[in-house]
Design a protein around this ligand. Structure first.
Ligand SMILES: *Cc1c(COP(=O)(O)O)cnc(C)c1O
Length: 366
């Protein structure tokens, strides 16, 4: 917390704006619009809700195909299933760990040859690292398939100095408890297209027609953010730049720790076009070079020291519930899942914590 959240929340109580919507929701939406340089924002109950609405706005229906990153958290892909649509899983490339432009185009060509034109590209900026947006935008234009950006982990990240989430037709953010800023739970849908965001607000408040009584001609959802949660968000937006700095400093610290250790690599920004918020610092363990020490041994040894770390996301094509869907790739993310580890990266880690972690890593690996 920044210390300012309670002022906004107290204001909500003082003015009795406890209901969904209210001045904090408007204020938080404005903060997000300004910060990301995007015209329209709808604050919602979660990032997952934002993805669901994005799919609905693009008209995704039963049996439609959606091209989606396989290397992600399940919340990216679940809303495709809510719509009874079909996820077409696309493997990552090694430079950013995000959707591979090569496999994306291969998949599109193959789907077209089967007379199934995919309706949308749902790409993820995992761990805050920007996907290869220029290449993916070119493919999106060439085949006329709109993009939804899942920037749940990437608030504060940029590609070519432009905020992630603002390249596609629609973008989404998450403010769940584990993200770089939080509203305890929440999300946002963003777009430069006013019609999308107006429609999203309508659908997110039970799709009530303009009438004095309760009248409905669409299926609605209860997906809006509450004015209390948005108050937390406004306090958090006061420190977003500081949080990005802290996370990037953490990456630099770990990078320095591992500079003398063989067999551990960090994910670098591939060029000056990429600016990551470094939501989490992640490493890959090459056991050929660590005297046989594996990712899992490192994780368990850290756990013995009461230091929590986690494997990278398990890709969707390896998940029991999603493995039935078409997959295009070379199994790169199988390898990332096997060898990758997320290190402690919270904004509240102090110097003593970091020293303890680096000493533990040093003794495991040397
Ligand atoms: C957290 C997350 C989501 C979902 O956001 P919620 O606010 O938790 O619903 C979606 N995609 C990715 C990549 C995430 O990390």
């Amino acid at each position: 917390m920044s210390g300012h959240e309670e002022e906004f929340v107290a204001e909500a109580f003082k003015t009795n704006w406890i209901a969904p919507l209210g001045p904090n929701v408007d204020g938080f939406e404005n903060d997000l619009a300004k910060y990301n340089n995007i015209k329209h924002v709808a604050a919602l109950s979660s990032g997952t809700a934002a993805i669901h609405l994005a799919l609905i706005l693009l008209g995704i229906k039963e049996n439609d195909e959606v091209l989606v990153s396989t290397f992600t958290f399940s919340a990216t892909i679940n809303p495709i299933i809510y719509q009874k649509a079909i996820p077409i899983l696309i493997e990552s490339e090694a430079d950013t760990w995000n959707m591979s432009p090569k496999f994306l185009e291969e998949a599109i060509i193959d789907r077209l040859s089967k007379d199934k034109k995919p309706k949308a590209i749902l790409l993820v900026h995992l761990y805050g690292m920007p996907a290869k947006m220029q290449e993916i935008m070119e493919i999106s234009e060439k085949y006329d398939i709109p993009i939804i950006e899942d920037a749940a982990e990437a608030l504060g990240s940029k590609y070519d100095n432009k905020a992630l989430g603002t390249f596609g037709e629609l973008g989404i953010f998450s403010f769940n408890g584990n993200k770089i800023i939080t509203t305890s739970g929440g999300g946002a849908l963003v777009s430069d297209n006013k019609e999308y965001i107006d429609e999203a607000r309508f659908l997110a408040t039970q799709a009530r027609d303009n009438a004095p009584h309760y009248q409905h001609s669409h299926i609605g959802y209860n997906y809006r953010m509450s004015n209390v949660c948005a108050g937390i968000g406004r306090g958090q937006m006061m420190v977003i730049d500081k949080r990005v700095q802290q996370r990037r400093a953490m990456y630099d610290y770990y990078n320095e720790c591992f500079s003398q250790i063989e067999g551990i690599s960090l994910l670098e920004e591939p060029s000056e076009h990429f600016f990551s918020n470094r939501w989490l610092t992640t490493i890959l363990v090459n056991k050929e070079k660590t005297n046989g020490i594996t990712r899992e041994e490192i994780r368990l040894k850290l756990e013995e020291e009461n230091i929590e770390s986690r494997p990278l996301w398990k890709p969707m094509h390896l998940q029991p519930i999603f493995s039935v869907y078409p997959y295009y790739g070379d199994s790169l993310s199988d390898k990332l899942f096997e060898d990758g580890l997320c290190l402690p990266s919270g904004s509240n880690l102090n110097d003593d914590n970091l020293t303890r972690i680096s000493k533990a890593l040093d003794s495991i690996l040397s």
